[in-house]
Write a protein that binds this ligand. Sequence first.
Ligand code: FES
Length: 153
Amino acid sequence: AAATSVTLTVNGEPKTLDVAPWETLLDLLRERLRLTGAKKGCDQGQCGACTVLVDGRRVNSCLQLAVMRDGCEITTIEGLGGPDELHPMQAAFVKHDAFQCGYCTPGQICSAVGMIREGHAETSDEIRELMSGNLCRCGAYTNILDAVEEVLA
Ligand code: FES
């Protein structure tokens, strides 16, 4: 099938690309735009390593076809903070040592930012539940929870 022209605003910059019908948002970000912060863990919606914000809402970018997101605003981990400063969630992850290998971290942070915007996280149990789509094989969950709770407080 023919490629389709898609325009996305990625981290504040408009990008127009021809995309194949089967191309995922994750592949577009990583392979075409060289934004490799979002990670390909499972490529099937199970790990959350590919989480980015689409129009402010967290999504697993491996499950999104790029053509479906024409006109959308995408924020990746690269665009979350300012040019010279960390986003408060990034700073909290550093402070609380909320990672070991770091592979899941961009997804964890984007997911946590999206979760707070959704406005349903108040207790530790709610945070755990709402962050349960983001897996960490190193088991840094306790420190991740501490970091998220600090930002929420
Ligand atoms: Fe998308 Fe695992 S790579 S959920």
